[in-house]
Ligand binder design. Sequence first.
Ligand code: FES
Length: 174
Amino acid sequence: MNDDPKLPQRPSWENDFPIDRLEAVHVSRREFAKYLTLLSGGLCAGSGWLAVKDRLFPRHRFQGEALVCQTGDVPSGGTWPFTLPGSNVPYILIHLETGEWRAFEQKCTHLSCAVFYQPKEGKIECPCHNGWFDARTGAVLQGPPPRPLPQLKVTLRGDKVFVSEPGSDSPQTA
Ligand code: FES
């Protein structure tokens, strides 16, 4: 309670919980450093786990060919997302402006963010940490990704687009 009668009386709850507002929201340098250390440690552990997981559980390889779509479904400069039978790994089919077709895993090789084709640039972008890949080869052009994007072979048969694992036999490659 205030002793000075001219000052407005404090509400009774302030007497029950006499915590100063500045004191309550103040973060000391030590606490902030601790928070940063924990955050960095968490990010390092996450990156390490992703690297180990890639080595321990290599990418699922499928047999034969998989039909993705019709050629008319994807205009020049367009993309078509798909997954392979028996897998939920996202892939992206790209119809390059040069007329060529490419198919890449749609997960960045850095921390697995989704990647997107940028038609005017002819590149694939990972918006998470400004990573860029070559849309023809999947090679890393810029940023933290450590490896190229995993790529599938694209085969056109009539008006159908098929994909298969690189190295498998397919008559015509787009
Ligand atoms: S997750 Fe793609 S650049 Fe970091």
